[in-house]
Design a protein around this ligand. Structure first.
Ligand SMILES: NC(=O)c1ccc[n+]([C@@H]2O[C@H](COP(=O)([O-])OP(=O)(O)OC[C@H]3O[C@@H](n4cnc5c(N)ncnc54)[C@H](OP(=O)(O)O)[C@@H]3O)[C@@H](O)[C@H]2O)c1
Length: 408
């Protein structure tokens, strides 16, 4: 049984009295009290532990009144360590009262498993630098099944991208308020991700506002693909207006956005996909389309740009090596999937840079989507419960544009 002391400034009837209480942490009794202040009122102190600490003042002859509960509301302790302890316990208790509620999430239930299950898990409790977001829609990516932080806590809800409404903000968060509509890429963090009814998001994550009028489903399709496209194109900004870009994998989530953003920069765009997606890519602004199943596709690109294209964005894995031959001497190839290829003819080969901050550009892109200046291609919106089907589809690498989960 630990002994504690607490020094309080207790306000009663608009008058001030300082009181020193000493007791034990089982809370049964206060073994000593002193009234140091004015006026000369009789005080009895009782320290109790009813889950957390309560300090009561009993005014003689009257019912006990609580002066300090977690040492708030009418009592202010001067003994800081003790106060911090009380406040921490009171906060923990309040938070757990507020947040020990469950939610549905698609989660890995334990370390080392591949399977993802729909489970009831606790709503995450946020730290001071986090937001709690009520998730409305989730963007699905092939990475969702395998992105996992080393220090993941189980059950671990998967997913890194969503749109929703801020429900709560931590004490050190500025710039976001409850009620804000946001879309975001959550940092991979041990508490888990976005395939859930609620997600904890670090305030420093890539968060952009969802403009009024833009549906959460569309907004959820933008962050990961938009972030990737904008970072990749930033690495290609030396390509002048009128220059040419070939996109290997032009009909998926990244390709469909990349065609449009590249056109806005005044670049001429060629892209590859199966023939069934050619009209679609043309409608987004591509001027040359090839089918990667056709063994002559490189010659077709060379016919379009006889000297070779200024740059290639190789989206799909293993497309970098084949695409190298369509780049002009001294041109540039950006690999989105991290293909490793030996450069040739002074072609500069680069992996999409991860550290580039494109928050401003992504906010602008979201505005353009809201104003119908850019199209977000969504092949299908799945009810949350059918998330596994969405994951299976994206794993085929034949989704057109993005797949999105909708939560009610
Ligand atoms: N570095 C990053 O930050 C980052 C971020 C996000 C994603 N990624 C990577 O980007 C890739 C996913 O991109 P995404 O989301 O746009 O893909 P996606 O949505 O899976 O793309 C599917 C599209 O690609 C086409 N496609 C499939 N194989 C192809 C090939 N060999 N050549 C050309 N086109 C092909 C398909 O067209 P058809 O159906 O017509 O065949 C389909 O329309 C993943 O490898 C992922 O790891 C990287």
């Amino acid at each position: 049984m630990a002994k504690f002391t607490a020094t309080l400034v207790a306000r009663h009837s608009d008058k001030l009295a300082s009181v020193v209480a000493e007791g034990t942490d089982n809370g049964a009794q206060a073994i000593q009290w002193t009234n140091k202040g004015k006026p000369n009122q009789e005080w009895n102190l009782e320290a109790t532990s009813a889950g957390y600490y309560v300090v009561r003042a009993i005014h003689s002859g009257k019912a006990p009144s609580v002066l300090g509960e977690g040492l708030q509301d009418g009592a202010e302790a001067v003994q800081r360590d003790y106060v911090n302890k009380l406040n921490q316990e009171a906060n923990d208790k309040r938070q757990s009262r507020e947040h020990v509620r469950n939610m549905r999430a698609f989660a890995k239930l334990e370390s080392g498993v591949d399977s993802i299950e729909l489970a009831e898990v606790a709503v995450p409790q946020i730290d001071d630098d986090e937001l709690l977001v009520r998730v409305k829609a989730v963007g699905v990516g092939i990475h969702d099944s395998y992105f996992l932080p080393g220090d993941a806590k189980y059950p671990f809800p998967i997913g890194i991208e969503a749109a929703g409404v801020v429900e709560q903000v931590g004490s050190r968060v500025s710039g976001h308020r409850p009620g804000d509509r946001i879309a975001f890429v959550s940092s991979m963090q041990p508490k888990g991700g976005t395939w859930a009814e609620y997600a904890a998001v670090k305030a420093g994550s890539l968060i952009v506002p969802v403009p009024t009028g833009l549906d959460f489903v569309e907004a959820a399709a933008v962050p990961v693909a938009g972030n990737t496209v904008l970072r990749a194109l930033k690495a290609l900004e030396a390509v002048p207006a009128g220059g040419s870009l070939f996109i290997a994998g032009g009909s998926g989530a990244i390709g469909t956005l990349a065609i449009q953003v590249a056109r806005t920069r005044g670049w001429r765009v060629g892209a590859s996909a199966s023939e069934r997606n050619h009209d679609h890519m043309l409608s987004l602004g591509a001027e040359a389309v090839v089918d990667y199943h056709d063994p002559t596709w490189r010659e077709q690109v060379r016919q379009w740009m006889p000297g070779g294209v200024d740059a290639v964005m190789a989206v799909q894995p293993h497309t970098s090596k084949d695409s190298l031959s369509v780049v002009r001497d001294g041109g540039k190839l950006i690999t989105i999937s991290g293909d490793v290829v030996a450069p040739e003819r002074n072609v500069h080969v680069e992996v999409v840079p991860h550290e580039t901050d494109v928050r401003g550009e992504l906010t602008q892109l979201m505005m353009e989507v809201a104003q119908n200046e850019k199209r977000v291609e969504i092949e299908r919106v799945y009810p949350f419960e059918e998330a596994q089907a969405a994951l299976a589809k994206v794993q085929t690498r034949h989704a057109r544009g993005k797949l999105v989960l909708r939560l009610e």
